[in-house]
Design a protein around this ligand. Structure first.
Ligand SMILES: Cc1cc2nc3c(=O)[nH]c(=O)nc-3n(C[C@H](O)[C@H](O)[C@H](O)COP(=O)(O)O)c2cc1C
Length: 411
């Protein structure tokens, strides 16, 4: 069995059920812990009621990658279960007693409104909250800098990176347990934000791909969402993979628990291959519950075994090789694919003569003759025609062609 432990953070596996309705209050945290993730991050105290937190347009659409999601929407407002910091800390103590030891209890503190409320000494408040949460038994503290729009809220000129740095440093100095810094990729330079956290002493960083968004219907009066934070979805995954890879290639080597658009074990594997040790599960956990999280973890572990990865270290960052291919190899991949594209001829048995390939050929290399597509020497191998062919009459096994560059001698 592959070893799923994340040594750098002392986790039994890389999955973190992230701060959300799935982690707000004792009942929700315990329920999320049933899936035995590596950690559950308890949603921050003082979040307040107000914004509803649901996913739109539907879980089925979210899983099918059909549509973005919007966490802050109309509907039931979530009650803040904690009237005071004392009550929050009592809950932390109870949770640490009742949760399985193998799942870490991460505790989120802070909120972007704190940063912009005039006259409030938010840094002092955060340090106090962090100290109390640590005393109550939190395994790690997470600083909540990620809410979409945080970098521009209030005053567009305020120095977000300095805030991250000074807050991280102040809290790190006050605590013994690890300090985790959850960051946005929106409205800021994610690389600079990560650097600020690392320089402040963060034990791990959690870049999180979510944006302010505006989801609405043509009949806008029927729209459920409110304009604002929480736009994400499967389309966020390539972006967060890029952010993680860019950080790794720029020398940021702090442990990472990135998130955004992970709705399957495959997506989790990709984010880890891009260089993140751990993976946040936000919408997925909220929308599907602990059994689905548990299945996702099991499916991920089964794939690790099938694919022959002994442990997470073997997997983490593997795809970074695609960024750093030697130029000769990169050129060979390009050339082999272009040659295969050029060589492929329409299969007359599958062609229906629909003409879509002719429509999309920018080199006048495709024409219809006797109701069938015919390709001429003018083809440059760009590949647009393969994308539109509805019957597979024009196709190329692109994956095999590309993989061959790693197993066969370069030309
Ligand atoms: C409904 C909902 C509410 C959320 N509320 C919070 C929050 O209060 N604090 C926080 O740090 N992150 C919050 N998040 C973000 C998640 O912790 C996590 O970073 C994010 O959902 C990961 O992206 P994903 O939803 O695409 O998996 C929330 C997410 C959702 C879906």
């Amino acid at each position: 069995m592959a070893n799923l432990a994340v040594k750098a953070l002392g986790l039994s596996n890389p999955f973190v059920v992230a701060a959300s309705p799935a982690t707000q209050g004792v009942y929700a945290v315990l329920k999320s812990a049933l899936a035995r993730p590596g950690a559950v991050t308890m949603r921050n105290f003082g979040h307040g009621a107000g914004d509803g937190s649901i996913v739109l347009p539907s879980t089925a659409d979210m899983l099918a990658g059909k549509h973005a999601i919007q966490s802050h929407a109309l509907g039931a407002s979530l009650r803040d279960p904690f009237p005071s910091l004392e009550a929050y800390c009592e809950a932390i103590s109870q949770l640490r007693r009742d949760m399985p030891q193998e799942t870490k209890l991460w505790v989120s503190i802070g909120h972007f409104r704190d940063l912009t409320t005039a006259g409030r000494d938010w840094r002092r408040d955060w340090v106090r909250e962090a100290r109390e949460a640590e005393r109550a038994g939190a395994d790690a503290l997470e600083l909540h800098f990620n809410t979409p729009g945080v970098a521009v809220s209030g005053n567009r000129l305020f120095d977000f990176y300095r805030l991250i740095y000074t807050a991280t440093r102040a809290i790190k100095r006050a605590l013994q347990v690890p300090v985790l810094v959850k960051l946005p990729v929106e409205s800021c330079d994610p690389l600079r934000a990560m650097e600020a956290a690392v320089h402040g002493g963060a034990d791990a960083i959690g870049p999180t791909a979510r944006w302010k968004g505006f989801v609405f219907d043509l009949d806008w009066r029927r729209s459920l969402a409110t304009p604002g934070g929480g736009y994400g979805g499967s389309q966020a995954l390539p972006i967060i993979c890029y952010v993680v890879a860019e950080a790794r290639l720029n020398g940021i080597d702090a442990p990472m628990y990135a998130g955004g658009g992970v709705f399957s074990w495959e997506a989790a594997a990709k984010l880890i291959m891009a260089g993140s040790q751990c993976v946040q599960l936000g919408s997925f956990a909220c929308c599907l519950g602990p059994n689905a999280v548990s299945r996702l973890i099991a499916d991920f572990a089964a794939w690790m075994d099938r694919a022959g990865y002994r442990d997470l270290e073997a997997l983490c960052g593997e795809a970074l090789q695609l960024f750093t291919l030697p130029p000769a190899m990169a050129e060979e991949r390009r050339a082999r694919l272009a040659a295969a594209n050029q060589a492929a001829q329409p299969d007359p048995n599958l062609c229906t003569g629909c003409g879509q390939c002719v429509d999309v050929c920018w080199y006048d290399a495709l024409s219809l003759q006797n109701g069938l597509a015919v390709k001429s020497e003018a083809c440059v191998g760009c590949g647009y025609c393969f994308q539109v062919c509805p019957t597979g009459a024009l196709q190329v096994p692109a994956g095999d062609v590309l993989a061959s560059t790693f197993t066969e001698p370069l030309s």
